[in-house]
Design a protein around this ligand. Structure first.
Ligand SMILES: [Zn+2]
Length: 68
């Protein structure tokens, strides 16, 4: 499931950490695959992360007045 084994970038062969960083190829150029990974990790304007539940919205429903 969550194996601690490091993930290796298939382009530059360097380890990809949980927080991606710009790895460099042997010729000094920034690895494009790692660069894309870093760009993907940048804060997105849309809440697209699964499992990230917003706290605070739960109480709204219970505040609604129930009239019978
Ligand atoms: Zn890479």
């Amino acid at each position: 499931m969550d194996t601690p084994a490091p993930t290796l970038c298939f382009t530059c062969g360097l380890a990809v950490e949980e927080t991606p960083r710009l790895n460099r190829l042997t010729n000094g150029e920034i690895c494009p695959a790692c660069r894309d990974r870093v760009l993907d990790m940048l804060p997105a304007p849309l809440p697209s992360r699964p499992g990230e539940v917003r706290a605070g919205t739960m109480g709204l429903a219970s505040d609604a007045p129930l009239k019978s």
